[in-house]
Design a protein around this ligand. Sequence first.
Ligand SMILES: Cc1ncc(COP(=O)(O)O)c(C=O)c1O
Length: 410
Amino acid sequence: MLIQSPTLQLDFVRQYFPSLAGDWVFFDNAGGSQILRPVVDRITEFLYESNVQLGASYAVSQRATERVAAGSKAMAQFINAADPAEVILGSSTSALLRILAQCFRPTLEPGDEIVVTNADHEANISPWTELERDGVVIKTWRVNPTTFDLELADLEALLTPRTRLVAVTHASNVLGSINPVRAIADLVHAHEALLCVDGVAFAPHRRVDVQALDVDFYTFSLYKVYGPHQALLYGKKELLLALPGYNHYFIDDAAIPYKFQPGGSSYELSYSLTAIPEYFEALAQHHGPAGGDSIERAFDLIQTHEGVLNQRLLSFLRDRPKVRIIGRDTADPTQRVSTISFVVEDMSSDQVPPYLDAHNIGIRYGHFYALRLIEDLGLLPNQGVVRVSMVHYNTVEECDRLIEKLAEIL
Ligand SMILES: Cc1ncc(COP(=O)(O)O)c(C=O)c1O
């Protein structure tokens, strides 16, 4: 049984998202979430009050510098990084992982090994597999096609004294399953390798605590975490200091995170990030007395609410004889996020979303750039999967509206 209390108050949540006031139901959140009003306010504030180059002596420049620094500090707090210097900001997760892999490149020897999965978004695969050209050996950790799980025993069998890095997703953007990142980190570290985690499909749903997870690198996209089109990459300080940079030759090796941010980060977007942890804090405070880590408490509420949404949609899908759920068949929000994919017998996946378009419900189909997973599961002829990706601002009523319309065609 799912615990229903304390329940997330959706009226409180939704007032932060002006775009939810219309008649659209947004169920493509894994593609990109709606944005918080205070994030937009901060963008405007920066541009109208402090839109100058950083680092000069005059007061407006000092203020701009402080605001941009506040963005990194807020993100460090959001992911519980020990130091804001461990937070690299960039335009996208794809771009940041490419930068990281390029910085890694000169540290690798031919014969060194990197493990990737077949369940990741391509953003955390190609930057690593392309190092094969330098003689790096690539190994693939594959999902069990029956359980849809990445099994630790399979990873263990791939690790050798030559393994330098394992690249894995925290949650699959197709399967929705949450991988046991801390256990993976322990295993990888026992083999003296490093772990690079794609948290894009996880971070909108659960608290990221990079210290508790003991990850070496962790990345996600802020435009899916209710923020602007930007992304962050966390790296342990000693690793960032040791890696070669990706900036001009005169940028000091000790200049983290700047040595990984050629051209700097978008100033106004960086400042706007300050509004994200503030929102989660406000959410926690609204729902109960202060105490403990408020971001953690907000995500506990979110987890409970998502469990209810999962339960509702999955039990409907389970009852449709033509539907096959692609992912763990559990609604347990400790096991999966509320990203739910399925295929329909005798129906191509591209036929489902257009039916819902007409009812102002936005979902989508495809491979979602996890092309290798869709290929390995044999789902390419179906045009991939139909994906419904719900987040905490989605209501039970919205879920029921989707179910009602899906019931007409499935
Ligand atoms: C799991 C996952 N990883 C990485 C990415 C790439 O993120 P970005 O668009 O910031 O490059 C996505 C985007 O959909 C994703 O879902």
